[in-house]
Design a protein around this ligand. Structure first.
Ligand code: ATP
Ligand code: MG
Length: 365
């Protein structure tokens, strides 16, 4: 698939735009702080209805405007699809082929996008929240139910945490209500965790070979899920995971009441990256971390292709200058000229000649 026409207004510092992108390579060229990343972010937002760098959609609306509007035409193998999103201070609305969608989980998935940015280097050694965000963004776009359960989970988790606080302050004492809330949390949690296992297994089918191609090294990259409820294991189905969560919740009830918050579940789980069985969080060099992060994204492209039969689009923010010629060549090899690619850069010099052969260049100023 590729994104053809793209129209926007009111998104961050961008002037109103009406562009038609090249199906292959598009380069956004400009000085610092001109809006290159903002344009990539706008495309990413059109695809996922979420930003890669903020959870607060209001930040995306231009300081002097009340709303931002994004629209694009997606060209797929068979049909074209029109997407439209409006972000206002009250929330966002989404249309597919001019029909307003009742839920964002119905909207997401029509344009699949993989974004790689300097922040992704934090994926290996940064806070666990970054790795959870990675899973939520990547798996949400291949599985609408993942998004649905994630939003259910957020709601029931908040209710349960509020109730634990009330119990702790002795404003409430009904343990039956707590067990109802625990049951709700465990239901959506188990659906999320089982899907995370499933899609991580998919990523692992491609991650090692992507890593070897990108780094030129022979090490095996594997991604391992680290559940906060340690009794949960790979291969468990949602029902088993739910039963194990409920058993663990029963064991830690006193602790949760004392700390007045939910201590187990997808919001506490983490990922571990291993190179030849060694924890990359502890041992990986800067270069290895960069290669791990990039190979995960490339593995994700292949996984999406496997699951949907179509290519996602690839957004590369400021990464070319960070990759040497060898890694750029490896990246090119992966793209094969088939994946529509958007690249931001402050100058064309650091970019491999092969990439700039016939790109469409947009000057952002
Ligand atoms: P660099 O090369 O340094 O990465 P860039 O071209 O990627 O620069 P952007 O990150 O896209 O730059 O940001 C450009 C400008 O957008 C920033 O100076 C920022 O102040 C401005 N900006 C961010 N959010 C908003 C907003 N909501 N309204 C108006 N301007 C904004
Ligand atoms: Mg930038």
């Amino acid at each position: 698939m590729y994104l053809g026409r793209f129209v926007q207004s009111g998104f961050r510092n961008l002037e109103p735009l009406d562009l038609t992108f090249d199906p292959h390579v598009n380069i956004f060229l400009g000085e610092n702080a001109q809006g290159k990343t903002n344009l990539l972010e706008a495309i990413y937002f059109l695809a996922l209805s979420r930003s890669h760098r903020t959870n607060n959609d209001r930040e995306l609306i231009n300081f002097d405007q009340d709303f931002a509007s994004l629209a694009g035409r997606v060209h797929q193998k068979q049909v074209d699809i029109d997407l439209r999103l409006v972000i206002s201070k009250k929330g966002k609305s989404a249309w597919v082929n001019r029909i307003e969608q009742p839920r964002l989980s119905k909207y997401v998935g029509h344009l699949q996008a993989i974004l790689f940015s300097p922040e992704d280097l934090e994926l290996v050694k940064g806070a666990p929240a970054l790795r959870r965000r990675f899973m939520d963004l990547e798996f949400g776009q291949v599985n609408p139910e993942y998004l649905y359960f994630a939003s259910q989970y957020r709601q029931s988790l908040q209710q349960r945490n509020n109730y634990l606080k009330q119990l702790a302050k002795r404003e409430a004492s009904d343990k039956v209500l707590l067990s109802v809330l625990t049951e709700q949390v465990a239901t959506s949690a188990s659906e999320i965790i089982s899907r995370r296992y499933r899609y991580l297994a998919g990523l692992n089918r491609y991650a090692a070979s992507a890593y070897q191609a990108i780094s030129g090294a022979r090490e095996d990259l594997t991604v391992i899920y680290r559940p906060s409820a340690k009794t949960i294991a790979p291969g468990n189905d949602a029902q088993t995971i739910k039963a194990k969560l409920l058993a663990r919740f029963a064991e830690i009830e006193d602790d949760e009441l004392r700390r007045a918050t939910t201590l187990l579940g997808p919001h506490r789980d983490d990922l571990e990256f291993q190179l030849d069985g060694k924890n990359a969080h502890l041992f990986a060099s800067q270069g290895q971390q960069r290669s791990i992060a990039l190979s995960l994204k490339l593995a994700e492209i292949q996984l999406i292709k496997e699951l949907t039969g179509d290519e996602p689009i690839l957004l590369l923010d400021d990464v070319m200058s960070e990759l040497d010629q060898h890694r750029q060549a490896a990246l090119l090899n992966f793209i094969h000229g088939k994946t529509q690619t958007f690249i931001t850069t402050t100058d064309l010099e650091g970019i491999s000649q092969e990439i700039v052969k016939q790109p469409r260049i947009y000057y952002i100023h």
